[in-house]
Ligand binder design. Structure first.
Ligand SMILES: [Zn+2]
Length: 494
């Protein structure tokens, strides 16, 4: 009985603490600068939709270009390979000349962008062709450090692709009516060796990340504690036979290399091949999933808006991504209400626990969709799991904190809402292993840890389940953050 009363007392105490945080957050909404400081420190779990090259800030691209004596094309305002002749100058000049540097930063990002002759969509996607030969794989440490600074603990970076030799194999093999035959041709032509070379690329990225962050000497630094996984990207604008070889390579890679946890499709969804071949590409994913059933799939789908494509182009991408494409998560999902029978689709996504990676800043600058026009509140109303992500934090000149701030202020969210999305960002991640939670209401933890996280059963469970380990760590971070908000730890008013 005494234990019951004590438990009741603890629950009441926790409820009181949560109410105090809600009150504090309601006050902070009136002061965005203070709100930013609050959200910057708040634990954020994972960023599940993050393109490696788009996450790098222009300043870093320019620095690396200068160090390696690459060139800046002063007309195109892009980094290009040597020789630095005609309109091109040594990139070191962009480190010494503020006018050139500023023009280049604006060209490599959405900074100072104004809608005009070039749409936000076109300016955004054009930036990726302007990074030149700078290898963004050498810059993963920057992203991990920025994540750690914002109290994030997990990243899934879209970073590897099958352009180049893998697409070359597809071009040679063609696409037979019987895809088993094409698959055999690709294997005979050495697809597996190309998959192995992608693993070599992961080795290189991981080794540079660890060296730059000093993880060997200091493995428990906040940045080294950020768990990084990679997501393989299929370039959807390529011809169909090359998309097919890319898909097979991606599935084989995820099967053989545990650091690569899923496949995704990238490049503009409104592009020529993306639109024309969408159904065919989803059928190809369906085929590959039958060959490699354990591979996780997340798909950009519905990153479209009325006017960008004809109306019928808005009606089926998300539905096909979840049905044919077996997507466990959807990236963006902005045009959901233009799908055929959106209510049934939303209910299906809720029932099948298909989560949506929401990228508010990106949708604003690329599609011009924001505020009431964005379906974020609709997904929440239907109970579809959502989490916030950055998409391209370097190009957008944003970071995850700003995504939380935008969501909170635009949609009048509570701390409870934020906490749920943060928990979603690990629960719906592709980190391996079982969940720390019994179910997705986050009310009770796995029986292995129900008595104590320090007990031997729980320690063993956490050691063997990376996802649960990240989630237990997140709860610890929440406890510390929330404790820091209690009156005793605040500076005394004078
Ligand atoms: Zn994206």
């Amino acid at each position: 009985m005494r234990r019951l009363i004590a438990l009741f007392g603890l629950t009441a105490c926790l409820a009181l603490a949560q109410t105090a945080i809600e009150t504090k957050l309601a006050q902070l909404k009136k002061s965005p600068p203070e709100l930013h400081a609050f959200l910057y420190k708040m634990p954020k779990g994972g960023d599940l939709h993050n393109h490696l090259s788009g996450a790098i800030y222009a300043e870093s691209f320019i620095r690396v270009a200068a160090e390696n004596h690459l060139c800046v094309d002063k007309v195109l305002l892009a980094i290009v390979a040597p020789p630095c002749t005609d309109n091109k100058v040594d990139a070191a000049q962009a480190q010494a000349n503020n006018n050139l540097r500023n023009a280049l930063i604006d060209s490599l990002s959405m900074r100072n962008y104004e809608w005009g002759r070039q749409s936000g969509h076109d300016h955004f996607f054009a930036t990726f062709d302007k990074f030149g030969p700078v290898d963004s794989g050498d810059l993963v440490a920057e992203i991990a450090q920025r994540a750690a600074d914002q109290n994030e603990s997990y990243l899934e970076l879209m970073a590897l692709s099958g352009g180049g030799p893998i697409s070359g194999l597809g071009k040679e093999a063609g696409l037979d009516d019987d895809w088993d035959i094409t698959r055999q041709k690709l294997q005979a032509a050495g697809l597996q060796a190309q998959v192995a070379s992608l693993s070599g690329r992961v080795n290189a990225m991981e080794s540079v990340r660890r060296r730059v962050l000093g993880c060997q000497g200091n493995p428990n630094s906040p940045a080294c504690r950020v768990q990084v996984h990679y997501v393989y990207q299929v370039l959807r604008e390529f011809p169909k036979e090359q998309v097919f070889s890319q898909i097979l390579a991606g599935f084989a890679l995820v099967t053989s290399d545990p650091r690569v946890v899923a496949i995704n499709f990238v490049q503009p969804e409104d592009g020529i091949n993306s639109m024309t071949d969408y159904h065919l590409q989803m059928r190809m994913v369906d085929y590959a999933k039958k060959v490699y059933p354990k591979v996780h799939i997340t798909l950009h789908a519905g990153e479209l808006a009325p006017g960008l494509v004809p109306p019928d182009g808005l009606t089926f991408h998300i539905r096909e991504a979840v049905d044919l494409g077996h997507a466990e998560r959807i990236g963006h999902g902005v045009d959901i209400m233009h799908e055929k029978d959106p209510a049934t689709l939303l209910k299906d996504m809720r029932d099948r626990h298909i989560a949506v990676e929401i990228n508010l800043t990106s949708n604003d600058v690329i599609l011009g969709v924001k505020g009431d026009q964005h379906p974020f509140p609709v997904y929440r109303r239907y109970g579809v799991p959502v989490m916030l992500s950055t998409d391209d934090e370097g190009v957008s000149r944003s970071q995850l904190t700003e995504e939380y701030q935008r969501a909170l202020l635009t949609y009048n969210l509570t701390y409870k809402d934020l906490k749920e999305m943060v928990r979603n960002s690990l629960e719906y991640s592709f980190a391996p292993g079982q969940s720390y939670w019994i179910n997705r209401s986050y009310a009770a933890v796995n029986t292995a840890c129900s008595a104590s996280t320090a007990g031997i059963t729980c320690v063993d469970f956490l050691r063997n389940n990376e996802k649960a380990r990240l989630q237990a760590d997140l709860e610890q971070r929440f406890a510390e953050f929330e404790k820091s908000l209690t009156p005793q730890s605040q500076p005394a008013a004078r």
